[in-house]
Write a protein that binds this ligand. Structure first.
Ligand code: SF4
Length: 282
């Protein structure tokens, strides 16, 4: 991985205007911001060539801090906005930053259809198992039996595996990493950015202030140690027996396939229709 000088990072931030940020001490969101802009610096994209779009939630504050083309939109609708941006200006490198609730509850339908279309967006989903900003409601990724303010006696729902969901829906790049594995996260996000198609990157994160407190997970360093110990490389995970897999989860790139991309298909369709119309005009 290329070492990025600090001034290369700073040029992507609105550091003179928007900081200090709103995230709580110990929150993982800043680690994801750091990995994301380092990945962009490594690729060498100009900031005017990038667009970052979000919905609502703690992680969705991220576009406020970057000096790209940015849109902080409606809850659950970031992928719909990002789709419009990509279709209007396909040369832009468009990424969506979202949380588990924003992406898979209110925004779940947008997520699966963007996967199905294979449109060239990179979705970075910060999964901390809860709605942090709005007070600790349970989300589709809150573990079974975990406590949320809307499940005070323990969550009785089953959990979405967002990587399996997006693979099933047709995403062509799907990966999982954690906030503990920051350098791995940077290289996975870079690979997602460089993929020509729909990329879904799930980053398992710690919300020590809401989820951690409700579920007695310990302080922020303890939650980071838990991420380190619970998420193992895919190759290691596959060698575990059923008992050993209890409490362990795979991380890494699960799918990376080449397939026709939606905005390119659309441009080809428009071009072919225009040439037919042109022949008719002669
Ligand atoms: Fe982060 Fe949780 Fe605080 Fe939100 S409530 S900023 S997710 S620690």
């Amino acid at each position: 991985m290329k070492k990025i000088p600090q001034k290369e990072i700073h040029k992507y931030l609105r550091h003179n205007k928007k900081f200090p940020h709103v995230w709580c001490p110990g929150c993982s969101d800043g680690i994801v911001l750091g990995a994301t802009i380092r990945a962009i610096a490594e690729i060498g994209w100009e900031k005017d060539d990038c667009a970052m779009v979000s919905g609502i939630g703690c992680s969705s504050r991220m576009p406020v801090y970057v000096d790209f083309n940015t849109a902080h939109t409606l809850h659950g609708r970031a992928i719909a906005y990002a789709t419009g941006i990509k279709m209007a200006k396909p040369s832009l490198n468009v990424c969506v930053v979202t949380g588990d609730g924003d992406a898979s509850a209110i925004g779940g339908n947008h997520l699966i259809h963007a996967c199905r279309r294979n449109i060239n967006l990179t979705v970075i989903c910060i999964n901390n198992h809860i709605y942090g900003m709005t007070g600790g409601q349970y989300s589709p990724t809150t573990p079974h039996d975990a406590i949320a303010t809307t499940m005070p006696y323990g969550n009785i729902d089953n959990v979405f595996d967002l990587c399996k969901l997006t693979i099933g829906a047709g995403a062509t790049f799907v990966a999982r990493t954690t906030a503990y594995h920051a350098t791995e996260m940077q290289s996975i996000i870079k690979a997602g950015f460089e993929h020509n198609g729909f990329s879904f990157i799930e980053v398992m994160c710690a919300c020590p202030v809401i989820y951690g407190k409700l579920n007695k997970q310990g302080d922020a360093p303890q939650m980071m140690r838990d991420l380190r110990d619970s998420y193992v490389p895919l190759i290691t995970y596959e060698k575990l027996n059923a008992d050993e897999k209890q409490g362990q989860f795979p991380r890494g790139i699960f799918k990376n396939e080449v397939a026709p991309e939606y905005s390119e298909r659309y441009a080809a369709l428009v071009e072919s229709l225009q040439s037919v119309k042109g022949e008719g005009d002669e």
